[in-house]
Design a protein around this ligand. Structure first.
Ligand code: FAD
Length: 341
């Protein structure tokens, strides 16, 4: 039998924008449950760049993806949102009373008065390079993201790609690895010029190797690679490698979101800019998943969207309650909710 959960708000996606929504909803006494495909909070910040510095979060001159996630979790802790990880929301159905029924692939049914879609780019998966047998090495010695830099310490690392991820990890890992080879099929990069220049300096200083070419076969056993074969203009090469990081981009799959009957703009959900409500009243979309004229896919945009969405959600959940605008600095009522007064 399915597990049934009833709550004020279901937030689909526990990325940074979804997490901050729990704060704004909590200040208005709205209880929320999160559902996320991943096994932990943080969305892209925790999954794709936990140790990378972010420089444009207001009030934090620099914060890593994981630290931002941890801080958001601490900030929303007073409201005790509940998390349901490792499951995907498959369907949303509007009920006759205006509420919503959501079903997950973990055989659960959620009933909520409001749904907030904070699903980012949808379910994202790294693109796998066309290398025969690579699956056998994945998550053992071939990785598509860097979760813990220490896993690369004193290793012979081969990074493949010419985008920001490839360049950033070349620069960030170089100081701790035994050797680092960057492989790209051309001498032109789709990365920040400063990173490209820095990488070229490191090549000139002999700190890293750069090879123009493509990866072919992998040698190794029991999931552990020992050599990567490359096809280069100068002929075929075999490079010693104990870690391979191919950065061939991500496939962002909108997934089931596309089937929920919402008005879309390409792979994003159309919303208004007053409430960030979708074409279905009671379903809101915030963060990277939404679209409106001028939309910027930045975390700070999602924070603003969450604040306005929460005001509108409150009116749906408690239509007879008057909401008085208050500051957290001066409202004892809000401070009590936060457990600081
Ligand atoms: P996400 O972080 O994408 O989270 C969405 C969550 O929804 C995911 O956890 C996903 O698993 C879940 N989900 C999706 N579909 C479903 C479903 N059907 N059921 C259940 N769960 C679902 N932004 C900045 O502002 N500054 C930066 O410096 C910056 N640097 C970046 C660097 C890199 C390398 C990358 C990749 C992005 C960067 N960004 C930066 C962009 C930033 O990470 C995104 O804007 C932000 O993560 C969007 O947050 P979100 O909460 O909307 O979605």
């Amino acid at each position: 039998m399915s597990t049934e959960i009833t709550t004020d708000v279901v937030v689909i996606g526990a990325g940074p924008c979804g997490l901050f929504a729990a704060f704004e909803l909590g200040l208005l006494d709205l209880k929320c449950h999160f559902i996320d495909i991943l096994d932990r909070p943080g969305g892209q910040c925790a999954e794709l760049y936990p140790e990378k510095p972010i420089y444009d979060i207001p009030g934090f001159p620099v914060v890593t993806g994981q630290d931002l996630t941890d801080n958001l979790m601490a900030q929303i802790a007073p409201f005790a949102p509940e998390f349901h990880f490792n499951r995907m929301v498959n369907s949303i159905e509007k009920q006759e009373d205006g509420s919503f029924k959501l079903e997950t692939d973990a055989d659960e049914i959620f009933h909520a008065k409001v749904v907030v879609i904070a699903a980012g780019g949808g379910s994202f998966q790294p693109k796998r390079p066309p290398v025969e047998g690579i699956e056998a090495f994945e998550n053992k010695s071939v990785f598509y993201s860097v979760r813990k830099m220490d896993d690369f310490r004193d290793q012979d690392v081969v990074i493949v790609g010419g985008g920001d991820s490839a360049l950033d990890w070349t620069l960030n890992l170089q100081p701790i690895v035994r050797s680092l080879t960057l492989v790209h099929r051309r001498d032109a990069f789709k990365a920040a010029p400063a990173s490209v220049n820095k990488m070229k300096e490191m090549v000139a200083e002999g700190k890293i190797n750069f090879l123009l070419g493509q990866i072919g076969k992998l040698d190794g056993e029991n999931g552990q690679i020992n050599h990567v074969h490359l096809t280069t203009d100068a002929g075929d090469l075999s490079v010693p490698a104990t870690r391979l990081l191919p950065f061939f981009g991500l496939t962002m799959k909108l997934g089931p979101v596309a089937d929920w009957g919402l008005e879309l703009n390409d792979n994003t959900i159309k919303v208004d800019t007053e409430k960030f409500e979708t074409s279905v009243p009671g379903i809101f979309a915030i963060g990277d998943i939404n679209w409106y004229p001028g939309k910027l896919k930045l975390i700070l945009s999602g924070f603003h969207e969450a604040a306005l969405m929460a005001q509108a959600a409150k009116k749906i959940v408690s239509p007879d309650e008057r909401v008085v605008f208050q500051y957290t600095t001066s409202s004892t009522k809000l401070q009590k909710k936060l457990g600081v007064a």
